[in-house]
Ligand binder design. Sequence first.
Ligand code: GLN
Length: 487
Amino acid sequence: MPNDLHHLTIHEARERLHRRDLSSVELTRALLDRIEQVEPAVRAYVTVIQETALSQAHEADDRIAAGDAGPLTGIPLQLKDNIATRGVPTTCSSRMLEHFVPPYDAAVTERLRAQHAVILGKGNMDEFAMGSSTENSAMHPTHNPWNLERVPGGSSGGPAAAVAAGEALGSLGSDTGGSVRQPASLCGVVGMKPTYGLVSRYGLVAFASSLDQIGPLARDVTDCALLLNGIAGHDPRDSTSLPSPVPDYTKSLTGDIRGLRVGVPKEYFVEGVEPEVEAAVKRAVGVLEELGATVDWEASLPLTQYALPIYYIIAPSECSANLARYDGVKYGYSEQEADGIWDALEKTRQHGFGPEVKRRIMLGTYSLSSGYYDAYYLKAGRVRTLISQEFREAFKRYDVLVTPTSPTAAFPIGAKTQDPLQMYLSDICTIPANIAGIPAISVPCGMADGLPIGLQMMAPALGEETLLRAAHAYEQATTWHTLRPQL
Ligand code: GLN
């Protein structure tokens, strides 16, 4: 029930913490109890750090008592398991890093710790963030809290399921092609991919460096803005980090979207989009219109069709380079029963990586190899430039573009594991924003057969304030974000 402590939003919890009618220790205990109760069914975590969490909560309570607390102080959160946490295993849900304990914190972890947020543990994911269902986790699959026989989406399936199930008030995921937004959509929570470079990638285990971006998962848009405030900003340790100053994103949540120019690109409503999804998204656009937005129902971005194919050249290419570091020598899994160094290297990678990771490494190695580089990787880069230009042109006419987040609601566990292409198609609506580096958000906008549906909005680079304002106005005019799964 929404009155339970574990179902509080961050802003509700913050108010009660600051009013001192709730302590962070009480709140953290409630979350740990909830984890104990539902985790056997949901399995959203790889690691739970009970004692550390409680001692962080004690410290947070001291801060609050001393009048020295920020918006995230004492708030119990989860982090996806590809975000480095000093002293706490960071496995990427891979055998390769099963026993890896980083000696340092990611930039986002550092920031959350500095604000005295409470870290409950690490969220399950598709191995190295490759996948759309969390079934590629080498640890265990995660179950959708709305229907335990369905996937939670991926690759941040653990974070999305944890937030939906009341196992954390918020979480951080990573989004390379949709991995924050698609699971948010399938689990009925809010998920956002910021502009490329807004949040530091220092300490995020690299998948495809030119696309990866860390983003919040939360129960509503206000919480999403609070989490973004907590993690955004320049970091000299990430060479792609943007130098621009970061505003207070909660200030943009005015509820006023009169005159907002909304484009609904027709290329996002093609074959494969379930009729219930299309209907829910179109109803949502109607709500924006009633709130005073002007809507172009016939917007068009014809290059959209190339985003998915070039993603599956660029992302595997970058992954094949990034994952070359797992050689069994420096850290991670190391095969001991081997006949010399080459045999050790081969066996380490053979046993350490799962089938999807191997598939990506092979695809990427192929497209980067001499003789094929020009035809694949180089050409994909050129198409990427054209797609970015097309978005820039579109944003001269529209403030936000509205589409489905995922073409379907949550699918049954096992339904797409034998067909990688079907799995890849789950990200057809989310990948373009990564290709262009622009911000995008998913908010709950309906239910079909007891399963959540998500609405995606995209804005130009550094348009987070407009994006959050639009998403918040929509959310406040509807009740989808208040629904909680019965577990
Ligand atoms: N599902 C996409 C993939 O498998 C996106 C993953 C992601 O955003 N990390 O690559």
